[in-house]
Design a protein around this ligand. Structure first.
Ligand code: MRU
Length: 369
C-alpha cells in the first residue's frame, strides 16, 4: 500500500488524519493557510518533513484563495462595484494580497515550534514569492503551487537517497529499534528512519523492527506499527520503558530514529524519550543513527540547548479523551521533544551520505555546497 500522507486533489490539499489512525483511515481537505496551520497544531499532520510540506501547501493555498476571492465577499456593500469583472470577481489589490499572504505566513509559523522543516519550507516559499512579486496574484499563486508540488516530490527523492545510504549500515537479519514515527506518515512518503528499513528490505535484507510505543501521543504504537504491518515488515511493539531490557537481553542490533532539528554542533532534537534511548544504546554499545535530511539541520543554532522545545497540552499525559488515569490535581508536564547530545550519535544518515560522529566541523562540510 502506497501511503500518500499529503496529496493535491480538486484544487485542495488533502491529508490523512493521523489523530485517528489506526482505527480509521480518512483524508481531511484544506483550502487556506489558517486551516493548514490548525491541522499542524492539532497533529492531523505531524513529523518534521510532512509539516514542512504541509506549510508549503498552506502558503500556496492562501495565494490561490486570495487571488480568486469572490468580489462580493472581499468588498463591503456599495464599495467598488464598478470594478466588477464579467465573471463577477475582482482582482485583489497588491497591498491586500501582500497583507493576506503575510497573515498566512504568520499563522503557519506559529503552528509548532520545534521542527525546523516548517521554517525551512516557509523561507523557501517566501523566496519564490519575492522572485515573482511583481506578477499578478493569480500567477504568483500558480508559481507557489508549483513550488509546493516540487517540495513534496523532492522530499520523497531525498528519503529514498537517505534510505539507500542508511540501508548499507544494517546487516542482514538486523533487529532495529525506533522511537516515534519517522515513516511515510511523517514525510511526503517512504520516510526517514522507516525509509532506511524500507530500503534495506527492498535490497533483500531481513530486517525486523522494534517500535517504542512513544508516550504520550503513541506515534510508535499507532503509526509506526501500522506502517510496518501494512508493508509486511516484521514489527514488535514495546512500551518505552522496555527498551533497556531489550538491549540488555541482546535483542537490539541498532537504533535508527528521525529528527526535528539538528544544531550546528550535531546535537539532535527528536521526540521525547529519544535521549533516554540514546543513553541506553551507548551503555550497551549499540549504534545509534539519526536519519536526517539536510533541511532538518539548522546552522543558525549552535547547540541543542537553544532548540525551542514545544510543551503540549497536559491532557495528552492525563489520559485519553474522557478516560483520565492521572490523579486529579496532580501537576503534569508535557515537553514533546528532547535533545540528544552529539556525542551519543553514532552517525547522521543524510541524502548526501553518512556523517559518522557528527560535530561542528563535519556538519559544516556537509552543508557546504
Ligand atoms: O510530535 P511529532 O509526531 O511531530 O514528532 C515527530 C518526531 O519526533 C519525528 O521523529 C521527527 O519529526 C522526524 S520525522 C521524519
Amino acid at each position: 500500500m502506497k501511503i500518500e500522507t499529503l496529496r493535491w486533489f480538486n484544487n485542495r490539499l488533502e491529508m490523512i488524519d493521523q489523530r485517528i489512525l489506526p482505527a480509521s483511515f480518512e483524508y481531511l481537505s484544506y483550502d487556506s493557510a489558517a486551516s493548514v496551520a490548525e491541522s499542524i497544531r492539532s497533529m492531523v499532520v505531524r513529523g518534521a518533513p510532512a509539516i514542512g510540506v504541509a506549510a508549503a501547501y498552506g502558503v500556496a493555498l492562501e495565494a490561490l484563495r486570495l487571488s480568486s476571492e469572490p468580489f462580493a465577499l472581499s468588498l463591503s456593500k456599495g464599495e467598488g462595484f464598478d470594478k466588477l469583472s464579467p465573471n463577477g470577481t475582482q482582482n485583489i489589490s497588491a497591498s491586500d494580497f501582500k497583507s493576506g499572504m503575510e497573515a498566512g505566513f504568520s499563522a503557519l509559523a506559529a503552528s509548532r515550534p520545534t521542527a525546523v522543516n516548517l521554517f525551512w519550507a516557509l523561507q523557501r516559499m517566501r523566496k519564490v514569492w519575492e522572485s515573482v512579486a511583481t506578477q499578478a496574484p493569480q500567477q504568483v499563486a500558480q508559481r507557489l503551487l508549483a513550488e509546493a508540488h516540487e517540495i513534496l516530490a523532492e522530499d520523497i527523492r531525498i528519503n529514498k537517497a537517505m534510505g539507500a545510504n542508511g540501508a548499507a549500515l544494517l546487516k542482514d537479519g538486523a533487529r532495529v529499534l525506533t522511537h516515534c514515527n519517522a515513516g511515510a506518515l511523517a514525510t511526503a512518503g517512504w520516510g526517514t528512519a522507516l525509509g532506511v528499513f524500507r530500503s534495506a528490505v527492498e535490497a533483500g535484507k531481513r530486517i525486523s523492527v522494534i517500535a517504542d510505543e512513544t508516550r504520550p501521543f503513541l506515534q510508535g504504537a499507532r503509526l509506526t506499527a501500522w506502517e510496518m504491518v501494512q508493508e509486511n515488515i516484521p514489527v514488535t511493539l514495546i512500551t518505552d520503558n522496555m527498551a533497556g531490557y531489550m538491549m540488555a537481553q541482546g535483542e537490539v542490533d541498532a537504533v535508527v530514529v528521525g529528527t526535528d532539528r539538528v544544531a550546528a554542533n550535531g546535537d539532535v532534537a527528536n521526540k521525547i524519550g529519544t535521549y533516554m534511548v540514546a543513553v541506553l544504546a551507548r551503555r550497551h554499545n549499540i549504534p545509534f543513527y539519526v536519519a536526517c535530511p539536510l533541511s532538518t539541520i539548522d546552522l543558525s543554532i549552535a547547540a541543542g540547548k537553544d532548540i525551542p522545545i514545544e510543551e503540549r497540552s497536559v491532557e495528552e499525559v492525563k489520559g485519553f479523551r474522557d478516560c483520565h488515569w492521572a490523579a486529579e490535581g496532580v501537576k503534569i508536564r508535557n515537553p514533546a521533544f528532547d535533545v540528544t547530545p552529539a556525542e551519543l550519535v553514532t552517525g547522521l544518515i543524510t541524502e548526501k551520505g553518512v556523517v559518522l560522529g557528527p560535530d561542528v566541523h563535519n556538519i559544516k562540510k556537509l552543508m557546504s555546497p
